[in-house]
Design a protein around this ligand. Structure first.
Ligand code: BGC
Length: 750
């Protein structure tokens, strides 16, 4: 198998290199686009500005006009720019044939799909991948998703989501890179590169979509689709950076968002889409609306009716309408009446056509439709190996008192408890609409090599019926009939591995929660088992940070495994038994209670910072303001010592930082060294800490490494409320260490 995988990977590299030798000539491309545009009628131009749902399910209310028959007619009339939710070579070819053979100009259709963390072979959910802090691995994971999706006819993924969020109540945190704009920007770049590769005309690359533009992750109270009201300092410094980086890395599409941002629905926001994205950032791709985010402007109270929606959205720079049926039904009349200028239409259509040319669809509209390639590449063995590696890297060790982990091979009697341990569906996570159900390796399956040591008791069901993407998950809130069996098993075991957490479909779109505890009866089960055996390893599975203060205090070992995708159980077993030393670090703070949320490490100091037991300070009367587990935190089976921090200003806005890191333990391990700064006094108040650099590397026992960072203007400045970037002279504090909480402190003056 290894040879086969090597051949496959070499083949892929050669294919990409060959494609790279022919860079696209921009002028030639522009004239192709202009020539085609000059042949198009207004109706055909408007036709390109529509994205229709296929015949799969939907994530929002279906519009009345959205019936399948109309779509065939639209295809024949050349009024379909793109379709979503159609996949599989055979289906894609069928639709493409109608567009190419039956419409007057034969313009091929784009096929978009939510390939969020894999097509069939699933990587960990994006939040889990973010915990790896490993940009090569993240890029590789997106590459695999692109290879499989492209082989199945898809040429456009609605990913990556790059919404920064500090609110674990919001279910969509599972889809993003966490709470920090610096880490989030690096991840955004890695994912865009992974999906799009170096050459879009290759058959194994697809266009990416930076979403959701913008502010969606700041939904009030963590309630999905809710109002967003943030200042422009937050917008420029926290929300926009990953999008800017995605644009700089050539992302071909950007999706706007459902929310209003400071009173304007994103789909109708000219400032965001025209002034910032297209003008200030020179974005050359096209903007797509979110599902019916046009039509929803009526509910928001911003548009009177669908015609008004079309006018506002097109003029604001939203180029393609996903499932609102506003453009197809109203744009022509708006152009005829002069309410939408022809130049608006031409600009949008040029952007869309350009992407189609870049993909090579005019040369071969069926380039993604090779059944042989689909058979060969979907679920390829090499992809399983790669997602296993990604899964191992995503695991975070939160606690390990008395080195309870790793488990000892052969010598310990181990009880495994929890319904999630025997689940091969939930670990696939949310947002995986193309995947096959129940194709994950369960924890029990992963532990099979140790079956002589292991006994299993479920303890309690997590769900009381089927859990699906389109329904609320039915959680078992009362049935504890399995508790006794689990307690008996725990009593006669040396050690207990409890696999608890959220069902895979408890996070994701529309999955906001007001509680961040272990759902259902799991907390009670944990405490009941603890009464008879305290040697517990808690394996957490969840799509968002959880508030688990009791477990953090009482349970000696805690492993955060998120929803790790296809190879979940194998990755967990390898970490439990020490075949892989965990090196992940949290990309989001874990709160102590829901009352602390939103919470992030890069908060402001306030005028009344934490003052222990005093009253009139910016604290809580019943809880610390510190998180349970901070951003950037994660342990290892070894330990790393930090020494010899040196900080030197080497030129104008140039700072060199060095630190020595030594592996003090007995096993090799991976560390992520993180660098944080604070601009002590600034014309716009800066957070108490901001991540500005990180490096991941491996050290053998006893080995040391000199870790060097060079800070430049790009890291030392900030945006003011008008979007101007400043690096201001003055004093800076710096911390370099193993998490946002722990490190060596220094300072420098610019
Ligand atoms: C989501 C988008 C997604 C779209 C299409 C919407 O509900 O917000 O992220 O790409 O559906 O499935």
């Amino acid at each position: 198998m290894t040879n086969k995988i090597t051949c496959y990977l070499v083949g892929m590299i050669l294919l990409i290199m060959a494609a790279c030798e022919q860079p696209a000539a921009t002028n030639e491309l522009d004239s192709k686009v202009s020539n085609l545009l000059s042949e198009m009628t207004l109706e055909e131009k408007i036709g390109q500005m529509n994205l229709y749902n296929g015949f799969w399910s939907i994530t929002g209310p279906p519009p009345a006009e959205g019936d399948a028959a109309n779509k065939y007619q639209h295809l024949e009339e050349g009024s379909v720019g793109a379709m979503l939710n159609i996949h599989g070579v055979e289906n894609v070819r069928k639709i493409q044939e109608i567009a190419v053979n039956n419409s007057r100009l034969g313009i091929p259709v784009l096929f978009g799909y939510d390939v969020i963390h894999g097509y069939k072979t699933l990587s960990p959910i994006p939040l889990a991948e973010a915990a790896s802090w490993d940009m090569d691995a993240i890029e590789g994971s997106a590459r695999i998703a692109a290879i499989e999706a492209a082989a199945a006819g898809i040429n456009w993924t609605f990913a990556p989501m790059m919404d920064i969020s500090r609110d674990a109540r919001w279910g969509r945190v599972m889809e993003g890179g966490g709470e920090d704009p610096f880490l989030g920007s690096r991840i955004a770049a890695a994912r865009v590169k992974g999906f799009q590769g170096n050459d879009l005309s290759a058959t194994n690359t697809i266009i990416a979509c930076a979403k959701h533009f913008a502010g969606y992750g700041f939904a009030e109270a963590g309630r999905d689709y809710n109002t967003v009201d943030i200042g422009t300092v937050t917008l420029y410094n926290e929300v926009l950076p990953p999008f800017k980086v995605a644009v700089d890395n050539g992302v071909r599409t950007v999706m706007n968002s459902f929310n209003i941002l400071n009173g304007i629905p994103a789909n109708g926001d000219r400032f965001l889409q025209r002034d910032i994205l297209k003008q200030a950032w020179s974005f050359g791709g096209f903007v797509v609306s979110d599902w019916s985010s046009g039509r929803e402007m009526i509910n928001h109270g911003y548009a009177r009716d669908l015609r008004h929606v079309a006018e506002l959205a097109a003029n604001a720079g939203s180029d393609m309408d996903m499932e609102s049926y506003a453009y197809i039904n109203h744009l022509k009349a708006l152009v005829d009446s002069g309410q939408v200028d022809m130049s608006v239409i031409d600009d949008a259509v040029k952007r869309i056509l350009k992407v189609k040319f870049e993909l090579g669809l005019f040369d071969d509209p069926y380039k993604y439709c090779d059944p042989e390639r689909e058979r060969e590449l979907v679920y390829h063995d090499a992809h399983q190996e790669a997602v296993l590696d990604m899964a191992r890297k995503s695991i975070v060790l939160l606690k390990n008192e008395n080195n309870l982990l790793p488990l000892q091979k052969g010598s310990q009697k181990i009880a495994v408890i929890g319904a999630l341990a025997d689940d091969n569906n939930s670990p696939l996570g949310s947002w995986r609409i193309s995947s096959d159900d129940s194709t994950a390796v369960s924890v029990l399956k992963g532990l099979e090599p140790y079956k002589d040591q292991i006994s299993y008791a479920k303890g309690a069901d997590l769900i009381t019926g089927p859990a699906t993407f389109l329904q609320k998950v039915p959680i078992n809130e009362s049935d504890k009939s399995g508790f006794n069996e689990a307690i008996r098993l725990a009593r006669r075991s040396d050690i207990v591995v409890m696999v608890l957490g959220e069902h895979g479909f408890q996070s994701g779109e529309g999955r906001s929660r007001t509680k961040l505890d272990l759902p259902g009866v799991q907390q009670e089960l944990l405490e009941a088992v603890f009464e008879v055996n305290q040697n517990i390893v808690l394996v957490l599975m969840n799509g968002r940070p959880l508030a688990i203060p009791w477990a953090a205090e009482h349970i000696p070992a805690i492993l955060e495994t998120w929803h790790l995708g296809s190879q979940s159980g194998n990755a967990i077993a390898q970490v439990l038994f020490g075949d892989h030393n965990p090196g992940g670090k949290l990309p989001m703070s874990f709160p102590r209670s829901v009352g602390q949320v939103p919470i992030s490490y890069n908060r402001y100091n306030t005028g009344r910072p934490d003052a222990l037991d005093l009253v009139f300070w910016s604290t809580y009367t019943d809880e610390s303001i510190e998180p349970l587990f901070p951003f950037g935190y994660g342990l290892s089976y070894t330990s790393f010592d930090y020494s010899d921090l040196s900080v030197e200003v080497t030129g104008e806005n140039q700072v060199s930082v060095e630190v020595t890191v030594t592996n003090k333990g007995k096993v090799a391990g991976e560390e992520v060294t993180q660098l944080y700064i604070r601009d002590v006094v600034a014309s716009v108040v800066r957070p108490i800490k901001e991540l500005k650099g990180f490096q991941k590397y491996s050290l053998d026992p006893g080995q040391s490494r000199n870790v060097v960072f060079q800070l430049t203007e790009a890291e030392l400045g900030f945006y003011d409320g008008a979007g101007n970037y400043h690096v201001e002279p003055g004093e800076f504090e710096i911390m370099v260490g193993t998490s946002s909480k722990e490190g060596l402190n220094g300072n420098f003056t610019l």
